[in-house]
Design a protein around this ligand. Sequence first.
Ligand SMILES: [Zn+2]
Length: 452
Amino acid sequence: MSTTAGRLRHDHCERDWIWEREIEAATWEETRRLGAGAWERQFRRIRESSGFYARKWREAGVGNSFVSLADLSQLPFTTKDELRQALEESPPFGSNLCVAPEQVKRVYQTSGTTGAPSVLALTRGDMESWTVMGTRTYYATGIHEHSSVLTTFGAGPFVAGHTHFVLLRIGTRSVPVAPGDTERVVFGLKAGLADTLLSTASFAQYLANRLEKSDPEPSAIPLTHVVTGGEPGGGIPAIRDHIQRVLGVTVTEVMGIGDVAPSLFGECPHQQGMHFCGAGHVWVELIDPDSHEPMEIETGAVGELVYTALTREAMPIVRFRGSDIVRIEGTSCECGRTSFRQRVMGRRDDMFIVRGVNVYPAAILSVVSEFRPRVTGRARVVRSSDATSIEPPIPVEVEVTERHESDPALAADIENAIHSRLMFRSRVTLVPEADFGEAGYKTSLSRKQPSP
Ligand SMILES: [Zn+2]
């Protein structure tokens, strides 16, 4: 194994590139044993103190005896809607609060993409386990003690704010900038305050587009590493390659789930998908999104990830459906980590069916991105109803630079490319940058439009 097996290209530091080698490079048997031990304690805690799970399990006919980790599939799933109801019936922390309110030491809110914001309560122990998982995650991307990291994550209200504790734990230089303050991001990067940028893929793409226009040599800016999160874009080859080429950087991605942990998966510099970094604190299952049957986590498997918190004190979750459909990219890696690697294909709710074939909007994004520089790289599907099955042509909005606002040939070229690559007909509308919407935060991959 070469000494650079898990490092970024220009990193020659002496530290081990795996933060907790005894856990992250453990055998499957050791990992399972670690999880099973934690689950025994967690099961007891939930039985004793969660009104929410007491009722839920009773209603599902779960008996009084211990359910082992191996038999986890005997317990019912938990959905986002149920967690929201639990909050509403007993505010402010809900019927799933398993500690005294005085033990709640930090409160985040979720972005509430569907409805009102949710509240996430953490004990001191919860904050620590989130920091542990986050540290493994960001360290896996190649961020080390000598890194200088510019972030636009506010301390709150969102869970991404927890990343500040993680950077402190790794020991990096931190350069916090307010969310949306693009001018200061550009200044900080050009001035050499940071060599690493944490942002959404949309923002990194926007930055690359902007600097490509305004700067004679954007790759000369002393930025070497961009870590994207919050949306799947960083894992889409055409988007990743563009950011890497224009900015002269390595792009790796991270992923978390607000209700589970803000950083739970981190991609190592081999760029082959995100490693699961939550061993001992979170248990992951893969299920078939339609039949809900458990699936083997093996290379090539495509399914929905389901999460169980093994150490969470304030608001434990059991078999929480994360809604992300992922592809398992592998179960070993040259870096030495033994956890599985995955790439997100899309949200379960964003998926639609054309003539019997499942389509994720990210696949359309991947085709559209190849039309740069005429397009910016953003696109979305317009849905006129909640029906999962859609008749072609599928309406797609594609963001274009001003010069290509009315370019019928471009629209036709994209429609043809979608047809030949994804096997369905589409109707492409070109939308100028000014009308597509804010580029700073996440870009929604589909847009609901009421039918006429
Ligand atoms: Zn790896």
